[in-house]
Write a protein of this length. Structure first.
Ligand code: F0G
Length: 352
């Protein structure tokens, strides 16, 4: 078979797999890197801005890159079940890849704090879904304990294979752009992705495939910003439910990525996130979920603060598709108008 066959086949030489690893894939990866001219124009026309649209992965988020690795390795080790806590996307991806591998998936999500699309994905793929009366951090603590004492494989990003798979996004960016960007902007929740990207960029650099290394810039929601505030947030709050996390599992490695790359971590408010969310949809035609828009909000804030040298190339990771969270979209836009089925009534509404 010709063409793209998923991130493991594409980047096998950089991944801990052997000929014996049973590759479980949905042909994830190969997502578009889309130029964002209007975003650049609206912020600083002297910047080149690109969007890595990870919402176009098979289950609608970047998680598929890590999940193909985690589930393949789980299968290789003889495991017949996976478990995770999730703000939604990890659970959707785990459920899909477990279905593909024909093993069981157990997922725990915080009750009332997960977008509708994500919940429906986990359900339709046949996962056992528990909604927890608590937050993500509490759910993660529970599944970690279960995985230690029961024959189930933990597929949160504390599973090292998750980050191995996720680092392929950095490889793709270099392959698509022909170089590493000067800055890489990314939302931060459990802090796995920023860690994985930095690893990917460094590995490509070491292999002589990228001459440059980007500065890693992470954005947290203002009400859920443990890394920025340097303290655990007991009750994180934000409209961007995907990154509503108060005690990230990859806190240390993420900080290292930021320090090693001479980057920074900043916060954006829910208002800024929603403004960026609408702007991205209306000005660039790209519909991503609120957590992804945190990156765009971060771009706007950082440009205002004069943090990028003119002429810089920036890549922004847009982590999850907008269709994951239709409720927030409808609340953020004008509602449809109901009209009688008559030409004159329709024309009157359209103002034509
Ligand atoms: N954006 C989206 C859409 C996410 O779903 C997540 C994390 C992040 C950003 C943050 O990435 O955790 O690697 O720093 N979602 C996890 C989940 C926590 O359960 O789906 P991170």
């Amino acid at each position: 078979m010709k063409g793209w066959r998923g991130v493991i086949e594409q980047y096998r030489a950089f991944l801990p797999v052997t000929a014996k690893t049973p590759v479980v894939t949905l042909f994830e990866g190969n997502t578009p890197l889309v130029p964002a001219p209007r975003l650049a124009e609206a912020t600083d026309a002297r910047l080149s801005v690109y969007l890595k649209c990870e919402g176009f992965n098979p289950t609608g988020s970047f998680k598929d890159r890590g999940m193909t690795m985690a589930v393949s390795k789980a299968l290789e080790s003889g495991s017949r079940a996976v478990i995770c806590a999730s703000t939604g996307n990890t659970s959707a991806s785990a459920a899909a890849f477990a279905a593909r591998a024909q093993i069981r998936a157990f997922v725990m999500v915080p009750r009332g704090a997960i977008a509708l699309g994500k919940l429906s994905q986990a359900a339709i793929h046949g996962a056992r879904v528990l909604t927890v009366e608590g937050n993500f951090d509490q759910a993660l603590a529970i599944v970690r304990q279960i995985a230690e004492t029961h024959p189930v494989t933990l597929v949160n990003s504390v599973n090292p294979f998750r980050l191995e798979g996720q680092k392929t996004a950095a490889f793709e960016i270099v392959d698509q752009l022909g170089r590493a960007p000067d800055y890489h902007l990314i939302p931060v929740g459990n802090a796995g992705n920023i860690t994985a990207y930095w690893r990917g960029y460094r590995e490509y650099h070491r292999a002589g495939l990228a001459r440059e290394l980007p500065r890693m810039v992470g954005f947290q929601a203002a009400g859920a910003a443990p890394i920025y505030e340097n303290r655990v947030i007991e009750e994180p709050r934000t409209i961007a439910t995907a990154i509503k996390i108060g005690n990230p599992a990859n806190w240390g490695p993420a900080l290292e990525a930021v320090k090693d790359s001479r980057g920074w971590v900043d916060i954006v408010t829910d208002e800024e996130i929603l403004g960026a969310y609408r702007m991205l949809a209306r000005e660039e035609g790209i519909f991503m979920e609120p957590a992804s828009a945190a990156t765009v909000a971060g771009l706007i804030k950082s440009v205002k603060a004069g943090r990028f040298e003119p002429g810089s190339t920036l890549v922004l990771t847009l982590t999850g598709h907008g269709l994951k969270d239709p409720d927030t979209a409808l609340e953020s836009a004008s509602r449809p108008t109901t009209v009688p089925a008559r030409l004159d009534a329709v024309l009157a509404q359209l103002g034509l």
